[in-house]
Design a protein around this ligand. Sequence first.
Ligand SMILES: Nc1ncnc2c1ncn2[C@@H]1O[C@H](COP(=O)(O)OP(=O)(O)O)[C@@H](O)[C@H]1O
Ligand SMILES: [Mg+2]
Length: 338
Amino acid sequence: MNQTAAVPAAAPTLSVPALSVRDLRKTYDGGPNKAGVQALKGVSLDVAPGDFFALLGPNGAGKSTLIGIVSSLVNLSAGSVSIFGIDLARQRDAAMRMIGLVPQELNFNMFEKPLDILVNYAGFYGVPREEAIRRAEVELKRAHLWEKATMMSRTLSGGMKRRLMIARAMMTQPRLLILDEPTAGVDIEIRRGMWKTLKEINAAGTTIILTTHYLEEAESLCRNLAIIDRGRIVEQGPMKALLAKLDVEGFLLDIDGHLPPSLPVIEGTTLMAADDHTLDIEMPRAMDLNRVFASLNEAGIRVRSMRTKSNRLEELFVRLTGENAQDSTVQTTPEQVA
Ligand SMILES: Nc1ncnc2c1ncn2[C@@H]1O[C@H](COP(=O)(O)OP(=O)(O)O)[C@@H](O)[C@H]1O
Ligand SMILES: [Mg+2]
């Protein structure tokens, strides 16, 4: 008897990453002395199927370059990309069929109707018209745009236009949805609406990767993330593990009058005089501020107002890259700054 016949063929396992990138490098022509711009300097990452994954980093970090390569819009200089186990270089078309892309800029015809935009897009990818109309209804309803299906797209609100971009990308039923800064520059209400839509899409089984420079966006959406800075991944892992690293908070306290010559000692905090009437304090995020105020009060120090010293994402970047991120364009959302 042939014993090897009993061994089952390797089944396609669930553990094949939705996206696998190995030592990806990209040098654009140009740059100083025409030496080229090294946008990616050896990036490797895996995104598990079903994941909601953020690629977080400041402007110029290389996020769009990475997304561009994965979606075949940009040629790589070196390295490899596979999508659900399909090598992008060897089987480009098959790999591309797995992907839906939502670019940062609105790029549909404002003089077309949402329904037509979706149906024509699917048609371009070979979906028969009847099937395309069926799918368009599903996607427009999911995007809360069904009532707007036959209105001129130009008349949609900003948030609706963004959701239309997502609905369009979903028309090919991608297993991997990639969004490049989907909410950059949109107000918080629109952003929240988009988050809801994206969560629903992810919950229904589509793997999602998005790039963002909003920490809060990554925080509220993503299970895993990679932080990219100047063409390199500087941190990668579960969102929760990363947030644990952000457990220290810095404040500047404006004091009534002058600070005493010797400052009180408050356990668990680091207290410094920034100047004669400003206290610089660092403390664990979980620590009770009232305790700090009480101790200061006891020492005769009255706090007039307080400011957060730096926003969390800046803090994070300072820690990860060992450099001052003030000059980069990393942002937190308005409510974080407030
Ligand atoms: N087409 C291009 N030609 C030359 N340089 C580019 C091009 N696209 C991007 N770059 C440069 O590559 C680096 C990474 O850019 P990009 O991938 O757009 O970053 P991000 O999306 O994170 O803001 C930047 O220094 C940028 O100026
Ligand atoms: Mg970009």
